[in-house]
Ligand binder design. Sequence first.
Ligand SMILES: Nc1ncnc2c1ncn2[C@@H]1O[C@H](COP(=O)(O)OP(=O)(O)OP(=O)(O)O)[C@@H](O)[C@H]1O
Ligand SMILES: [Mg+2]
Length: 327
Amino acid sequence: MDETVVETRGLIKTYGRVEAVRGIDLAVHRGEVFGFLGPNGAGKSTTISILCTLLSPTAGQALVAGYDVTRQPGAVRARIGLVFQDPSLDDQLTARENLEFHAFLYNVPRAERRRRIDGVLEMVELTERAGSLVRTFSGGMKRRLEIARGIVHYPEVLFLDEPTIGLDPQTRNRIWEYLHALRRREEITIFMTTHYMDEAEQCDRIAIIDHGQIIAQGTPEELKAGVGGDVVTVTTRNPALAADEIRRAFELEPAVDGSNLRLEVADGASFVPRLVRDLTVPVSAVTLSRPTLDHVFLKLTGKAIRDEEVDQKDAMRMMHQRWARRR
Ligand SMILES: Nc1ncnc2c1ncn2[C@@H]1O[C@H](COP(=O)(O)OP(=O)(O)OP(=O)(O)O)[C@@H](O)[C@H]1O
Ligand SMILES: [Mg+2]
């Protein structure tokens, strides 16, 4: 049996009349990377904040490393690391000073401190910049330093709320390399939220949350297998008419996404020729693919994982950070 390190039972959080979290049951195993995936406002940050003892639940129970977040918050805090959506480094200190302060707060023994700090700095490739003020760092460097800080006290569970939001793909890949290396080295359990599908793919298990409830759970493979068969995407100038024809000719219900129609079929290779033969609407492209987490997500929530709204939100966040840096 896998040992459970994060567990919630019937977790509920309401803000006034807003039901942000509506009865969540989770069990995260020691050493796994667990991904919490959901559209904007689904309740991801609220759940993670409760697990980190930053918010108290309205009802239900949550245990982290065997301690109750409501009754034993101190014990929970001592065993976790956090990297949150909004940056929280001290810009006026150097990278090393930020880590030293954090290690001190977490009672890392003085004799150990230097060795651990050197270790995490090396891991996120900031050794050379250890003595520089954080305000001179790029966004990617800050994120890496935040991750270093999240782990310098060797937490049992590392909570990451959209750790790579707004970063370029290269930096995101690097951060993932650190996380995997970290996990191999220290049996740390990682609990993270993300909007990025490629990140979700890196997780051992995923829970998809929508409107405060978990609507699916499993390994990426299991979730994709749940879509069943192949995904056929048809691009056409007249999606409404094409959808109508497909409904009538094949008794399938296409998901319409702009000028694309998405269909799930058992055997794509034999379906596509029939489709092209029977449609009277001009088609500009047909693609055949295996289901991805994007398809899973779209099917379950009716939304794309990354929508324009999210991209805009990212852009706003970055702008705000830049503006705050300049002041
Ligand atoms: N302090 C608050 N007061 C009132 N409502 C809140 C508060 N914080 C969050 N909410 C609401 O609770 C719901 C869940 O928010 P939460 O931040 O947990 O979502 P999320 O999944 O993290 O979204 P995002 O992807 O945008 O980060 C939303 O409807 C949000 O508006
Ligand atoms: Mg959030």
